[in-house]
Write a protein that binds this ligand. Sequence first.
Ligand SMILES: [Zn+2]
Length: 279
Amino acid sequence: MRANKFTDALQRCAELIDGRSVAVLSGAGMSTASGIPDYRGEDGALRRRAPIQYREFVGEESARRRYWARSSVGWAWLKKRDPNDAHRAVARLEEAGRVSAVVTQNVDGLHQAAGSREVIDLHGRLSRVVCMDCAAIEMRDELQQRMLASNPGWDRLVAEMAPDGDAELAEETIAGFRVPACRRCGGILKPDVIFFGENVPASRVSRALELVLGADVLLVLGSSLTVFSGYRFVLAAAEREVPVAIVNRGATRGDKLATVTVNDRVESFLPRLVRTIDR
Ligand SMILES: [Zn+2]
């Protein structure tokens, strides 16, 4: 019974996207098979440490110190993550002319690493850092070198703790961390990502909307659509009668608006979808 239901979902999804131009909207579920933890479980509830809030980062030097101290360990770990079968399937679909664009809520750059070209990083990229005062951009790798240089002994700590990337740093360790400043103006540095409580720039949203509404189908991958910044694309697509297919482990906020919903992990479903269409 379950097998039939699954085959049916695969078939319906394949029929929906075959011969049409597809815009992809991807979320955290896309990267869980690459070892990057999702902040939300299958029920959409926060299950790990709550992510930093924009207001906190901007308003409190201690919050920035904690962020950059933890990030110096987390970045060394994140750099080693590889794209998974789901990223590769999406890149393959783009190469075959089936996927026209990817709008991702992820900040890990793994779509691009897998070979996707037309990607909008809705929430930015961790690989870049921006000055909040003069808007200068610095690559995260360069900042990492600067941070390790101005925090003697920290490189050893990073090397030791990086294996799981989510290691807890003791408060006294964090207290001694020297927070990096902008090279150009000495201003406050922020990763070039959208924090919780921060808005995605309007120009980026409208470009992404254009791509989604210009496609024949919207394929949502690995997102519970809990956050409005992603859900708005499903709303817009449904309003314009662009059919929506959702592949996600667990229910999503967009299920009622979808033509097809598939309750499965993207890394196992997408390769099968590609094979079905290629057949
Ligand atoms: Zn600056």
